[in-house]
Ligand binder design. Structure first.
Ligand code: F6R
Length: 600
């Protein structure tokens, strides 16, 4: 989703801003721009399309040391040059980049800016025009910004430069993520530490409704009352090499391959010196005190939640409901007497999930965030955090975060069960080790999955995934992976539901990928495969060693039955990857999608 970069210092800003934006490309965007300011002028360059196109239009002779940059993912106004950021005020004095959504922008326009001729269709432009209006009334830049911010309803992360404050970037945030990076003789601003990790690893978190006055050797944080806030920087634990593709053609393939390593890292992170799994005592107590757990998440993280529900109910004996965040926020279910909330979010920034967290905190309920990003908004605002330790996930299609989420949920359920004196019946550390090895075997079998993709998927318009029990939840994830990166219409169905309607969609040659990893439903899912086969479908069965038959296309290595989603998803990820490749799609940056969905 939208990304922000900003630099004030002694080096030329241009390349730092552009490189920073390139690091944010993975989040998805449709246009990009930068503005650079020296003592005498501000120059704005923006383009629809990729940053490579922006590079072509940026004047190489500009040598400014202050600048702001933006990648836009359209919400208000189509992707176009005029709607791309930075936006300038009517006189050109102020220049702004903005992430988020200003919900009351039309009202603000009508109330304050009737005389202003707007250059774009965006909600963002209203912010820069308002600042200029208040400056024209006699306020200095800081006052004009401070007067504007409380008028804005919605979410914003903004960076502003002002012709009358040549060495300064003004920064502010509410709900949308934004960080200030601290350097030696320079400072930066970024919506994600990853954008600027090449120039500094020291960052200051900003809280909602704070603004920052950023100069090359000074960072002043203030609240909206103008009072100074002191906050120490922290070291961002991101290895710059983690965000490089290395020899891989795509981040998605690299991240699929990283899954065995992530499993091992998770075992290490949650293991104490006695070699036992351990999580914070207050998390265990909060979970045990609750009479019902509500898992809230979106997309792939929601699918991980569906698997997590099985772990928590089966191992820890607590009933669990799993909800899609965007539905929960406007249609909250009747809550139990002692609810406990688990938010699952790779990025920790998803606006839909955050919206629910805010509601939950208003009701004074306890919440745990399971996330890959320490210090992310969902992590900061929940009572507890469990980290995924998956390393940065760059490809838009989530892979290693999904399996990490499932592993962390298994650890949570296992530790709670043990603290109740219940024996889960297996050694999870040992089983996760087996999972890591099995994942390796699957990653070494890529050509098999490439063959399946090229046989079943190059020309099809749709594809169904069927499974029962845990396999059904993995089918939902397999279908999401395939649709988002190959644009094939793909759906996951519970095998038993087919005959209640969906089977009408089966035509001659329709690919149906079936998972058969659960012993108690092995024969029933095979019955469903026969039903679709009899109606012309082209079935591809992926089964578990010990449950296989001659008709199976691939047999997964045997792992503990409850943990099968951790490995049965790997072939589906790889099949989606190769289908996307064969169809000539942009694997890492699929159309219309953003990595971190920071608008509701
Ligand atoms: C799909 C995918 C999305 C995300 C969803 C939630 O591959 O990545 O469905 O899972 O947007 O994002 P997070 O987990 O960051 O809250």
């Amino acid at each position: 989703m939208c990304g922000i970069t900003g630099y004030v210092g002694y080096e030329e800003a241009k390349e730092i801003l552009l490189k920073g934006l390139e690091k944010l490309e993975y989040r998805g965007y449709d246009s990009a721009g930068i503005a650079m300011m020296d003592e005498t002028e501000v120059q704005v360059f923006k383009e629809k399309g990729r940053i490579a196109r922006l590079r072509e239009v940026v004047d190489e002779h500009v040598k400014a040391h202050v600048g702001i940059g933006h990648t836009r993912w359209a919400t208000h106004g189509v992707p176009s040059r005029s709607n791309a950021h930075p936006h300038q005020s009517a006189s050109g004095r102020f220049t702004l980049v903005h992430n988020g959504v200003i919900e009351n922008y039309t009202l603000l326009q009508q109330k304050y800016l009737q005389d202003v001729l707007f250059q774009s269709d965006t909600d963002s432009e209203v912010v820069v025009q308002l600042i200029e209006k208040f400056a024209d009334e006699g306020m200095d830049a800081e006052e004009a910004i401070r007067k504007t911010l409380p008028l804005l309803e919605g979410s914003y992360a903004i960076a502003i430069i002002d012709m009358e404050n040549a060495g300064t970037i003004f920064v502010a945030k509410n709900k949308s993520p934004l960080l200030v990076g601290v350097g030696d003789g320079f400072n930066v601003v970024a919506s994600d530490a990853m954008a600027m990790i090449q120039v500094t690893d020291m960052y200051i978190e900003l809280m909602d409704q704070e603004m920052v006055i950023l100069k090359k050797d000074e960072v002043t944080i203030k609240n909206l009352a103008g009072e100074i806030v002191n906050r120490e920087p922290y070291k961002a634990e991101i290895d710059a090499s983690d965000i490089e593709k290395g020899t891989y053609p795509h981040y998605m393939l690299k991240e699929i391959d990283e899954q065995p390593l992530v499993m091992r890292k998770i075992i290490q992170a949650y293991q104490n010196e006695e070699g036992e799994l351990e999580i914070a005592e207050d998390i265990i107590e909060a979970v045990k005190e609750s009479d019902r757990i509500y898992i809230v998440a979106c997309g792939t993280s929601y699918h991980a939640g569906l698997v997590g529900k099985q772990f928590i109910e089966k191992l820890a004996g607590i009933p669990v409901e799993v909800h899609v965040a965007s539905e929960f926020s406007y249609n909250m279910p009747l809550l139990s007497e002692k609810p406990f909330f688990i938010f699952i979010s790779q990025s920790g920034e998803t606006a839909d999930s955050r919206g629910v967290l805010v509601q939950v905190k208003e009701l004074d309920h306890k919440a745990l965030t399971i996330t890959n990003v320490p210090g992310s908004t969902l992590s900061r605002e929940a009572d507890f955090t469990m980290l995924l330790h998956a390393g940065p996930e760059i490809a838009v299609a989530s892979t290693k975060a999904y399996t990490a989420q499932i592993a962390v949920l298994a650890i949570l359920a296992n530790v709670v069960a043990q603290s109740r004196g219940w024996n889960p019946g297996f050694d999870l550390i040992h089983e996760l080790g087996i999972i890591a090895n099995a994942m390796e075997t699957l990653c070494d079998s890529k050509e098999e999955f490439e063959k399946i993709a090229s046989e079943f998927l190059p020309f099809t318009r749709n594809c169904f995934f069927i499974g029962r029990s845990l396999d059904y939840f993995v089918c939902l994830e397999g279908a999401l992976k395939l649709k988002e990166i190959s644009y094939i219409q793909a759906e996951g169905f519970a095998g038993g539901e087919l005959k209640h309607g969906t089977i009408a969609l089966i035509e001659d040659g329709t690919p149906v990928i079936a998972l058969a990893t659960q012993e108690n439903v092995n024969w029933s899912i095979r019955g469903n495969v026969k039903e679709v086969g009899a109606r012309g479908a082209n079935p591809c069965i992926i089964s578990m060693a010990g449950l296989e038959t001659d008709e199976d296309r691939f047999v997964l290595p045997a792992v503990h039955e409850l943990l099968t989603p951790l490995i049965s998803v790997v072939p589906l990820q790889l099949i989606a990857y190769y289908a996307s490749l064969h169809r000539g799609c942009d694997v890492d940056k699929p159309r219309n999608l953003a990595k971190s969905v920071t608008v509701e």
